[in-house]
Design a protein around this ligand. Structure first.
Ligand SMILES: *[C@@H]1O[C@H](CO)[C@@H](O)[C@H](O)[C@H]1NC(C)=O
Ligand SMILES: *[C@@H]1O[C@H](CO)[C@@H](O)[C@H](O)[C@H]1NC(C)=O
Ligand SMILES: *[C@@H]1O[C@H](CO)[C@@H](O)[C@H](O)[C@H]1NC(C)=O
Ligand SMILES: *[C@@H]1O[C@H](CO)[C@@H](O)[C@H](O)[C@H]1NC(C)=O
Ligand SMILES: *[C@@H]1O[C@H](CO)[C@@H](O)[C@H](O)[C@H]1NC(C)=O
Ligand SMILES: *[C@@H]1O[C@H](CO)[C@@H](O)[C@H](O)[C@H]1NC(C)=O
Length: 477
């Protein structure tokens, strides 16, 4: 023992010749300099910031930052027109920079199949439409067999029956998803009348209907929700057991986000199944909440879904109600290949989507609109220009296999990105769009793997692993 420590001491004290010393002094320094140079060369050759100053918003003076992106329009529909000046756009657009790096990387879609099949990384190789097909199909069967939901009961003569009970017609419009879900759920085999058997508890108020109810309106929403939760937590024991963690509600209108402001437990603990799923604002938690697609119901399938000749590169139509759309307008309004129409389109936009390769979904007031599901309905590959959008069913579906995600920063090079996608890759994306179509549809009655069953599966993933049994609740909590 003692001997070996002497040996070590001797080694460390050993005298080296001067050249040897210099070598060990210079080696780390020269390595550091080389590494620095390599990094610099890499950044210089790959970054557009150096290559093309015009394309970089960062180099424009970021004066007069606007909080536009943070303001939640409380009393307007996501699609209503609000006059919007396009002069101060570039700065507004890049206000939310935190995730730029990773998103910019993700949006380098010109990388193509090489990257998809090639380099390793976080399941980058996955070319399937699901993150894990086997697990999904297996789990889905289990969910379908075992998931049980208790719906808080309300009588038809309840003064708020109109917002609490399912509608007896086929819902229409922007926020139809909310009503389709309720209609499908209450008639499904997931319902249990026995709360002891329930995995989850559904609070069946409809945010969109409350907003239109003259007794409530946008101003009265928060108090209504607060009262509703006070009521159920007094009348039933379930809310208090978990602080609402095994409860959920469904909202497609973005006002749902502030509707919970006076019911903090509901916002922080309950599962919020919402269309406006942006993780940029507080109040939406991707691991706890569910992103549901906004779907504009369509009467029937387009006739030329598969056979249609898509000879237009990209299509967009919509109001200029956000900095992102203003940037799109600024760069692409006169383009012959990217057809961007601002304002109401006189012709049938379904026809336009059928003849386009890519259909642009561009953030308006909210990250979500029905454009993503419209595109999928018409077999058009969606291009997502909505930073921080937690895409619908993103924890099940591999969005990279059927869409193109582009960061705002890349609007100036949008055409380059889309043209950089090879025909082979495009056909692959488009065939996957046709495969995921069934997940973005409401059916009456619901059909396996449609939007309803997908939402149920998402809920199942979020059910608590701790089952609280009423009879022995103290032991289980
Ligand atoms: C920024 O706002 C100030 C005050 O409103 C105005 O005087 C100035 O011209 C604005 N700058 C730019 C670049 O728009
Ligand atoms: C991706 O595919 C390559 C080549 O087939 C393989 O070497 C690599 O391990 C894979 N990476 C992952 C994360 O599966
Ligand atoms: C799900 O359950 C319904 C109702 O029991 C049944 O008709 C359907 O076949 C099930 N689907 C799957 C994939 O197990
Ligand atoms: C709460 O309960 C009271 C008393 O039964 C009722 O008047 C009120 O409408 C209920 N409010 C909600 C939001 O359910
Ligand atoms: C639930 O908790 C609230 C607030 O602590 C209390 O007023 C209410 O009585 C409780 N409900 C039940 C059913 O015990
Ligand atoms: C588009 O055309 C209009 C009118 O012809 C012109 O004023 C504008 O500068 C053009 N925009 C672009 C981006 O080329």
């Amino acid at each position: 023992m003692g001997k070996s420590s002497v040996v070590i001491y001797n080694v460390s004290k050993q005298q080296y010749p001067p050249t040897f010393k210099i070598f060990f002094f210079l080696l780390p320094i020269s390595l550091a300099i080389t590494t620095f140079l390599l990094i610099f060369i890499y950044i210089y050759t790959t970054s557009r910031v150096f290559a093309n100053p015009q394309a970089s918003p960062f180099l424009e003076p970021a004066t007069n930052l606007s909080l536009f992106d943070l303001i939640i329009p409380v009393s307007t529909d996501n699609e209503e027109t609000i006059p919007f000046s396009i002069d101060n756009t570039a700065e507004d657009l890049f206000f939310d920079l935190p995730r730029t790096a990773s998103y910019a990387k993700q949006s380098q879609w010109s990388v193509g199949l090489g990257d998809l099949f090639g380099s390793g990384g976080n399941n980058m190789n996955n070319t399937e439409i699901y993150h894990d097909t086997d697990i999904f199909l297996e789990d889905y069967k289990e969910m379908n067999k075992s998931l049980k939901i208790f719906v808080y009961p309300h009588k038809p003569d309840d003064p708020f029956a109109n917002v609490l009970l399912p509608v007896d017609f086929d819902p229409k419009g922007h926020y139809a998803s909310e009503l389709y879900f309720k209609k499908a759920l209450v008639n499904s085999h997931f319902i249990t009348k026995d709360p002891n058997e329930a995995d989850l508890f559904y609070m069946p108020f409809s945010i969109a209907d409350l907003r239109h109810d003259p007794r409530i309106g946008p101003e009265g929403l928060q108090d209504f929700i607060k009262d509703y939760i006070v009521n159920i937590s007094h009348q039933y024991p379930y809310w208090n057991r978990t602080g609402g963690a095994d409860h959920f509600y469904v909202a497609c209108h973005s006002i749902g986000r502030i509707a919970m402001d006076k019911a903090v437990d509901a916002k922080e603990n309950s599962i919020q199944v919402v269309c406006s799923s942006t993780y940029f604002v507080a109040g939406y938690f991707p691991h706890k909440d569910v992103s549901m697609p906004q779907i504009w119901p369509k009467e029937q399938d387009p006739k030329k879904l598969v056979s249609s000749k898509r000879n237009q590169l990209a299509f967009f139509a919509g109001q200029v109600n956000s900095p992102v759309r203003a940037a799109l307008l600024k760069h692409w309004r006169n383009d012959t290949e990217i057809f961007a129409h601002f304002g109401r389109l006189e012709t049938d936009d379904g026809e336009e989507q059928l003849r386009s390769k890519f259909c642009l979904h561009v953030k308006g007031f909210e990250v979500n609109t029905a454009r993503v599901t419209d595109a999928i309905h018409y077999g058009c590959v969606p291009v997502i220009l909505a930073n921080h959008y937690d895409l619908p069913f993103a924890d099940i579906l591999n969005w990279k296999s059927f869409s193109v995600v582009v960061h705002y920063m890349d609007i100036p090079v949008l055409k380059k990105i889309l043209q950089g996608i090879s025909l082979e890759e495009y056909l692959w994306l488009q065939s996957n769009v046709l495969k995921v179509r069934k997940h973005f549809k409401w059916n009456v009655p619901p059909v396996d793997y449609d939007a309803f069953y997908m939402a149920m599966y998402e809920l199942w993933l979020r059910r608590s692993s701790v089952r609280v049994r009423l009879s022995a609740s103290k032991e289980y909590i």
